[in-house]
Design a protein around this ligand. Structure first.
Ligand code: G3I
Length: 395
């Protein structure tokens, strides 16, 4: 979501048209379900009556999630998709520190609580996102660190309180916490530490890399039952060298050996059709993390491409839609093929809310639903992948 969000919001009438079209598609599917049930050859599986992503995923044991924006939940079409298609939700921004504590000492829990209540009402689990990240830190903190009025020793006390207060507030309500986010260096970062952690990362720079393990310890003390994840991008399948994935793997192994309470690795899964991606490499990287006794998850899947405009987000390349479907499907398949992969979350319900146009000029169309909340080919591709996976064993 960004400043141009409102201008890109679809008209209610156009949304409704999208919903009607989707409903028509569902009734066609139901008719073919009846036919399939009548004529199916012995041993074949009938087309299921409930073709939502969450229902199709259920036999596989995998949960399908989505990041949501609680401001959009008053739109019945948006809420129906968020509640009906997915079995986990992630608040896109509402659990980040700048939203939770905009003024020092004054907590603003309501928007995040709204997401938790929505999940509860729809039988969904919640991914908490995120406790320790260099972005979306409140300005009262960054300003005072910048001008020296918060010392590094004080900063440590402040971040400890932040982690403990937030995890305690939501104790028992969060399935997975992204405890630390994006701490490792990319190939273009200037100052990687010897183990691959980004030496220029805000928290590492001020408090040393040990702050990551400490954040896991504090979170565990505050909610011993929540699954605690390290979350990052380019850490399975997207990076040709696999160097970042190697570094995260070695670090996670060390954390496990030292008894740090880390339960999982989250691969964000942001893809772009202009770059290469290997579903095979993703699967083997996920499997490698799993080999450490960790759970894994795809936490922020989307596949962006070049589009006509930020308002309409129609792909400009005629091959884009099939490339996007293919990459979404490969990502889901990689997760399905690793038994320890417990959730596959897509980032944002629809293109109208996606972060992509605000960040990558000329790109968009990254989600499963278009700017009118109409399901795209990518959505069908995930349905198909899930249906085919239902009979296959997970390794
Ligand atoms: O809430 C303020 C509003 O008060 C202000 O008027 C407006 C002016 O720009 O900004 C609003 O904040 C925006 C915020 O989203 C909430 O809408 C920020 O500018 C905007 O930068 C922020 O973007 C979020 C981005 O993280 C920040 O880094 C995206 O919505 C969110 O999708 C994105 O999500 C991240 C994951 O957390 C971590 N992995 C990468 C992913 C994509 O960047």
């Amino acid at each position: 979501m960004n400043n141009s969000h409102n201008s890109r919001r679809p008209l209610a009438a156009r949304r409704l048209a999208g919903v009607v079209a989707a409903a028509a598609a569902v009734s066609i599917a139901l008719v073919s379900t009846a036919n399939a049930a009548t004529h199916a050859a012995p041993g074949t599986r009938p087309h299921p009556a409930d073709t939502s992503l969450r229902a199709l995923a259920e036999p596989t044991g995998l949960r399908i999630g989505v990041s949501i924006n609680p401001d959009r939940l008053s739109d019945p079409a948006y809420a129906a998709i968020a509640g009906g298609q997915f079995s986990t939700v992630t608040p896109e921004n509402q659990m980040k520190w700048d939203n939770i504590e905009p003024t020092q000492g004054t907590y603003h829990w309501a928007p995040a609580e709204k997401v938790v209540a929505f999940a509860d009402a729809h039988g969904q689990k919640v991914r908490g996102h995120t406790l320790l990240w260099a972005n979306q830190i409140p300005s009262w903190l960054t300003d005072d660190v910048g001008n020296g009025s918060i010392t590094d020793a004080q900063l440590r006390t402040i971040v400890k309180k932040h982690v403990i207060d937030e995890v305690s507030h939501f104790r028992g309500k969060i399935w997975q916490w992204d405890v630390a986010n994006e701490m490792f260096a990319n190939s273009w970062d200037a100052n990687p530490l010897p183990d691959g952690i980004n030496g220029d990362e805000f928290w590492v720079q001020h408090l040393g890399e040990g702050i990551i393990a400490d954040a896991f310890r504090w979170a565990h003390a505050a909610d011993p039952h929540a699954l605690l994840f390290y979350n990052d991008y380019n850490i399975s399948g997207e990076d040709g060298t696999n160097a970042k994935a190697d570094a995260v793997y070695a670090w996670a192994k060390k954390m496990r050996a030292e008894g740090v309470p880390i339960d999982g690795i989250g691969e964000q899964g942001h893809l772009d059709t202009q770059y290469g991606f290997s579903g095979d490499l993703e699967r083997s990287d996920l499997q490698r993390y799993a080999g450490l006794g960790l759970k894994v998850a795809i936490t922020e899947a989307d596949v962006r491409t070049f589009v006509d405009s930020a308002a309409t987000q129609v792909p400009t390349d005629s091959l884009a839609a099939s490339a996007q479907s293919n990459e979404f499907s490969q990502e889901l398949q990689a997760c399905l093929e690793v038994r320890s992969c417990i959730s596959f979350t897509v980032w944002d319900v629809d293109d109208a809310d996606s972060w992509v146009p605000g960040t990558f000029a000329g790109e968009g169309a990254a989600t499963l639903y278009d700017v009118n909340l109409k399901p795209k080919a990518q959505y069908t591709a995930l349905q198909q992948t899930l249906q085919l996976a239902a009979g296959a064993p997970r390794r």
